[in-house]
Design a protein around this ligand. Structure first.
Ligand code: 0A1
Ligand code: ZN
Length: 861
């Protein structure tokens, strides 16, 4: 392994030591220029504890121009790798450094970089060290004051954290601005932005009557697409006051949107920086899904002001302290804006699509990891989404009153500090008087628990016995697992009367197995378990198709109702994949039943009648056969489309709407109508090409236009080329919509999808330099199970080629796109060999980043 010599260092949680020096004050002076920005940093440092060692400042890529201690130039400093070592005699000093950096050559998009002429920063996790020398770790909190000087014509707007304090114009064509952030913060929350930006302003008055000036900053041409984000921001601010008692704390709150961004957005104190896809929306260019995602991400970043900024993380192993809790908060916020049931279904669908496979694969890690090589690789579905499930379980166990008391205690006790996951759990215990010792395993043990549930009924005696058993599969480095605490909401229903036989019960299963007895059960009971998805586990039950169909029609918990239908569909698809067995009728009947229920919310119906994805079917099988799964799923889609054709046609007509509105009801109708369109297409009905084309042309919103495009693009319709072409032309120049054009084709269910993707990588609009575009084509292709896993390995080769190219520009984004290659254990030997060969080619690449090295080498192990 050529790279083994260069194998990066492993950082371990157990090695944590408090910092030797604190930095109570930081003054930064930027002379901004895209080719050469000068950064003058003045750090007030104080010794922390008894350690007599020198000051150690992290750096990356910049050259030291000058170092001064207490105003005097010194030359006894040294570099240890990229760490600047400054010997200091006393316990308190002022240390100054000067460096020059080149934002316009920064393709990694970490530190200070240029995006479409705007200078902006991204510092989490370790980007600040690419700007200046600093103890770049989250437990060093400092008060920042920032001065920026820049060309006034090119960079008329100068923003940083906190509140603006002064600005002025020089007579050399440059101008300056000073910002001051009174709240001590870690370096990863630093931000600055300089550019030609227009602002959508708003205001918010906090519960204690303080006025906050809000600003959403974008290119002038994008200004008309910022109202939704601004509205979502105001809703978030009010929600956090109402639900958690959290008030905003500065006079201004700014958000800037940029086109080149490695993640969704970043919660820098008072100056959030966003990927423009999570800000910009109007009906013509953004789908309902985009609108919802924008509100969720705006809320997420805003909520970080308390969960992340006021209370930050002691070290990066504690990342889920801020991310898990903040995702839980944004999920709850979104649930409160519309249908909570549909939101829960969407979140569970997402968890199953991204976190369950991660937990079952070579990159599995605990919510609080023990070790990493590159922290950027740990911004994962496990830290974020499984982390949110942990908070949700604690909220369930405590109940709303104790949970709120516990979060109040957490905010009171840890405000202004860098805390740990343990601190959070201890607050949950102290406020509720509960013992969560066993629950803590959720933080340290990786893997998705599997719960088996079987219910026995002795008709004569009226006794029902529920046997529960759990098993946590082995994960890398954790061969043997202890039983976890599973909060399971359950209820029994009578098979004959359809009535509930018990109340809903919360059972805390904390043993490997347990038997529950229910008395006076006078009719055959049907088990509804893990209601609301109260624990993030896989349930294996012996419920028959008839019982699942019954629950899909009768359960009073909407999630359980959805789940029963999913299980029925999944069982059908697994049987069809393995043995070609046709059990379509049971699914057809259950779907018909749901479609005919007038009481149900349209959005719920649309979710409930959707088949599980091909990837999720694959996750149920010992060995994934992508082609067989695809054929089985298409056959069931055809059966549903054909057998229920008239219902789909009716729903399609009945859910047409006059003018576009963004409301839960209107969204639900659009969703159901587009699901109906998909099933009509699956039915093979001759009118569908024309119908979809009409919808494509007449649509007054992107949800309907893209749904029509997807339908046409996935089939063999005569209208297909014209639709793709018309879409491309209509939106040429709007990069967020052109991303959709790439993505639709990368997710295609057609036989030629892999070839089409390879060709699209040569399209003049394709570039790896923009992370959104790379994700739209390469990222989407990686989750297209059938196309990516084409038997000849063309998909694997394509992905590896793209990753190696992307790694030279942007290692962090490259590493994020690698996991599909790590699924080799799940496939037949020829495919596994092809995937391994590509992983080996990646690992052998000279000069590979540690981001990609860590992911590829772990995926091979
Ligand atoms: N804290 C952000 C996520 C984030 C992490 C790293 C980034 O830079 C490469 C950017 C954003 C969040 O949770 O939204
Ligand atoms: Zn976050």
């Amino acid at each position: 392994m050529p790279n083994s010599l260069a194998a990066p260092q492993t950082i371990r949680r157990g090695d944590y030591r408090p910092p030797a020096w604190m930095v109570p004050e930081t003054r930064l002076d930027f002379d901004l220029d895209p080719a050469a920005t000068r950064v003058h940093a003045t750090l007030t440092v104080t010794r922390n504890g008894a350690d007599a060692g020198p000051l150690r400042l992290d750096g990356a890529g910049q050259a030291v121009q000058a170092v001064r201690v207490d105003g005097v130039a010194v030359d006894d400093w040294a570099l240890e790798g990229e760490t600047l070592i400054v010997p200091l005699a006393g316990d308190a000093h002022v240390v100054e450094t000067e460096v020059t950096i080149a934002p316009d050559r920064n393709t990694q998009l970490m530190g200070l970089y240029a995006s479409g002429g705007i200078l902006c920063t991204q510092c989490e996790a370790e980007g600040f060290r690419r700007i200046t020398y600093f103890p770049d770790r989250p437990d060093v909190l400092s008060r920042y004051s920032v001065r920026m000087t820049a060309d006034r014509a090119r960079y008329p707007v100068l923003l940083s954290n906190g509140d603006p304090v002064a600005s002025g114009v020089q007579d050399d064509g440059r101008h300056w601005a000073e910002w001051n952030d009174p709240f001590p913060k870690p370096s990863y929350l630093f931000a600055l932005v300089a550019g030609e930006l227009a602002v959508n302003r708003g205001s918010f008055t906090t519960q204690s009557g303080r006025a906050v000036e809000l600003g959403i900053w974008v290119r002038a041409t994008d200004l008309p697409r910022t109202d939704h984000a601004l509205h979502a921001l105001k809703l978030s601010m009010a929600w956090d006051e109402r639900v958690y008692g959290r008030e905003y704390d500065l006079d201004v709150f700014n958000i800037v949107a940029v086109d080149d961004f490695n993640f969704g957005a970043m919660e820098n104190k008072g100056l959030n920086i966003f990927n423009s896809r999570y800000i910009l929306a109007d009906p013509d260019t953004a789908t309902d899904y985009d609108y919802d995602a924008i509100a969720a991400v705006v809320a997420h970043e805003y909520f970080h002001n308390w969960t992340g900024n006021r209370i930050t993380c002691r070290d990066w192993f504690q990342l889920s302290l801020k991310e898990g809790f903040t995702v839980y908060r944004d999920q709850s916020f979104s649930a409160d804006q519309g249908s909570a049931a549909v939101k829960r279904i969407e979140d569970v669908r997402g968890l199953r699509a991204s976190q369950f496979p991660e937990d079952a694969g070579p990159l599995a890690h605990p919510v609080r990891p023990e070790a990493y090589q590159e922290i950027n690789n740990f911004y994962t579905a496990t830290i974020y989404n499984k982390g949110a499930e942990l908070i949700r379980m604690m909220a369930t166990i405590l109940g709303p009153t104790d949970f709120r008391a516990a979060t109040d205690l957490y905010f009171r006790e840890f405000d202004g500090t860098a805390a740990t996951c343990e601190d959070f759990v201890r607050c949950m215990e102290r406020a509720s008087g509960r013992d969560l010792s066993r629950f803590r395993l959720w933080y340290s043990q990786a893997g998705t628990p599997r719960l088996s549930a079987s219910l026995l009924h002795s008709a004569g005696g009226g006794r029902a016995t529920l046997r529960l058993a759990q098993h946590v599969p082995a994960t890398p480095g954790q061969p043997i697992k202890a039983p976890m605490v599973l909060p399971l909401k359950l209820r029994l229903f009578g098979a004959e009367t359809g009535r509930p036989l018990t109340e809903e019960r919360l059972v805390l299963l904390d043993e490997a197995d347990e038997t529950l007895v229910f008395e006076a059960v006078t009719e055959r009971p049907v088990l509804s378990i893990n209601r609301g998805f109260s624990a993030p586990v896989v349930v294996e039950s012996d419920r028959s198709a008839a019982d699942l169909a019954f629950l899909s029609a009768q359960d009073d918990d909407p999630f359980a109702r959805y789940e029963a239908m999913q299980q029925l569909m999944l069982d059908t698809l697994v049987a069809a994949t393995i043995s070609g067995e046709d059990r379509h009728q049971a699914v057809v009947d259950a779907v018909a039943n749901t479609l005919d229920d007038p009481e149900l919310d349209r959005a719920f119906v649309a979710e409930a009648v959707l088949l599980p994805s091909e990837a999720f079917v694959g996750d149920q099988l010992a060995e994934v056969d992508p082609e067989a799964i695809h054929q089985a799923r298409e056959a069931l889609r055809r059966a549903l489309g054909g057998a229920l054709h008239d219902r789909w046609a009716h729903l399609y007509a009945a859910n047409a709407q006059g003018g576009y509105v963004y409301s839960p009801e209107a969204k639900g109708k659009r969703r159901l109508r587009n699901v109906a369109l998909g099933y009509l297409a699956a039915s093979g009905a001759p009118e569908v090409g024309a119908l979809a084309w009409r919808q494509f042309e007449a649509a007054d919103n992107m949800t309907d236009r893209q749904a029509a495009l997807n339908t046409l693009a996935n089939g063999d319709f005569a209208e297909r080329p014209a639709a793709l072409d018309a879409f491309y032309r209509r939106y040429a120049g709007n990069s967020l919509v052109i991303d959709k054009w790439f993505q639709t084709q990368a997710l295609s269910t057609r036989d030629d999808a892999a070839d089409a993707v390879v060709a699209l990588a040569r399209h003049p609009d394709f570039t790896l330099a923009n992370p959104n575009r790379a994700r739209a084509l390469v990222g989407a292709f990686g989750v297209n199970q059938r196309a990516f896993n084409r038997a000849d390995g063309a998909g694997y080769r394509f992905l590896a080629d793209q990753l190696l190219q992307l790694d030279r520009l942007n290692p962090q984004t490259a590493a994020k796109l690698l996991p599909p290659l790590g699924r080799w254990r799940r496939f037949d030997a020829p495919r596994a060999a092809l995937m391994r060969a590509e992983l080996e080619r990646i690992v052998a690449q000279p000069g590979l980043s540690k981001d990609l090295f860590e992911q590829a080498s772990k995926s091979l192990a």
